[in-house]
Design a protein around this ligand. Structure first.
Ligand code: TXA
Ligand code: MG
Length: 338
């Protein structure tokens, strides 16, 4: 059990130094990033990395992202970095982008799930950067139990993991994550880049920054991306996805037991919206992404039967929101992912 005093450490210079010391001593750190909170271990510390899997309840063949302090560090981990990947890194790092590259021989299988590739990202969150600069590269999956909703604030991290952590570990309080959904993952191991997980950066931004056309064919053999399981990012509360017309035809009694999550601009009738037990109506897709996981989490704590969501239309981050909502709907209402 993580002691209370280590559950929301302020990331001033002392707090960052405590996190660096914790990582160096083999502990785990709940680390704010611009996307979601990560559960960080020193990437070079095999035992600490193994504990990350145990704490999350994550199968050991699901690889982790290595978080770096600077772009130049990618070549310590990767081989044969294609020109388009270098362009992606130099225009979108630091930021919510993960590149899958051929790994160097020394990179341990515990990080890569036995694959010949390694995932790397340079986060932009100042606290993450300070900790990584001080301690060295960290392996950090999202700081949630396997299959559950990623945490976007410090309370959510403690709620997910405080029971499984102990006095060796700590959680830094970096406030609410600015992006709210995980990084865009781009496979850079072939002649053209391919998006494996939708995120903050849409296909248009990735293609433009890469300077080459994206490979958008479907994979015949899906790589091991747990975020690609149909039922991932799932709350306990049932999630129902509807169009505005669909919401407008629901009975008042069903609405009165539901939490409505929709862009403010969707044509849901005002009477219908008001009949919902609770409402979250962000102004745009960016705000929707920022609120998404916190809303799903709050719904689990609230007395509502379901979350009724209208997925936002459009490209960019709206694609990531639709992806996460679909997975949340597929996996919701169950206690465990099998
Ligand atoms: O925004 C993010 O990416 C957050 C923050 C904390 O950085 N991290 C995150 O980590 O979402 P995680 O472990 O929850 O998801 C990482 C994804 C997984 O789906 C994993 O399978 C995939 O990256 N991945 C890691 N290494 C890979 C590899 N070599 N090939 C294919 N996918 C890989
Ligand atoms: Mg995750």
């Amino acid at each position: 059990m993580l002691p209370e005093s280590r559950r929301a450490v302020i990331p001033n210079s002392e707090g960052v130094a405590a996190a660096v010391a914790c990582l160096r001593a083999g502990g785990l750190v709940g680390l704010p990033t611009e996307t979601v909170y990560g559960l960080a271990a020193l990437a070079a510390d095999d035992q600490a990395v193994r504990r990350v899997f145990a704490v999350k309840g994550r199968p050991s063949d699901h690889p982790l992202i290595v978080h770096l302090a600077q772009i130049a560090d990618a070549s310590d981990w990767a081989l044969q970095i294609p020109t388009y990947a270098t362009r992606l890194a130099s225009s979108l790092w630091p930021g919510p982008l993960t590149l899958i590259l051929r790994k160097q021989d020394w990179v341990p299988n515990s990080l890569t799930g036995g694959q010949p590739t390694v995932a790397v990202r340079v986060p932009s969150h100042p606290v993450a950067r300070a900790v990584i600069s001080g301690a060295g590269p960290v392996a950090a999956p999202s700081a949630n139990r396997f299959g559950r909703v990623s945490p976007t604030n410090v309370d959510a991290v403690a709620q997910e993991l405080a029971d499984a952590l102990d006095e060796r570990d700590l959680i830094l309080d970096g406030g609410d994550c600015a992006v709210g959904v995980e990084s865009t993952i781009v496979d850079c191991t072939e002649s053209s880049p391919r998006i494996l997980r939708a995120g903050f950066y849409g296909d248009d931004v990735i293609e433009q920054a890469a300077g080459v056309a994206l490979d958008s064919t479907n994979l015949s053999e899906t790589p091991r991306v747990p975020g690609s399981l149909a039922a991932h990012y799932a709350p306990q509360t049932r999630v129902t996805l509807l169009t505005p017309e669909g919401v407008n035809t629901l009975s008042v009694s069903r609405m009165s037991r539901a939490w409505l999550l929709t862009l403010a601009s969707e044509p849901v009738s005002e009477t219908q919206a008001k009949s919902a037990a609770r409402r979250t109506r962000p102004e745009d897709a960016t705000a929707f992404a920022r609120l998404l996981y916190a809303t799903l989490r709050a719904a689990d704590a609230a007395d509502v039967d379901e979350v009724i969501a209208i997925p936002p239309q459009g490209r960019g981050i709206a694609v990531a929101i639709r992806d996460r909502l679909q997975r949340a709907a597929a996996g919701s209402g169950v206690d465990a992912i099998t």
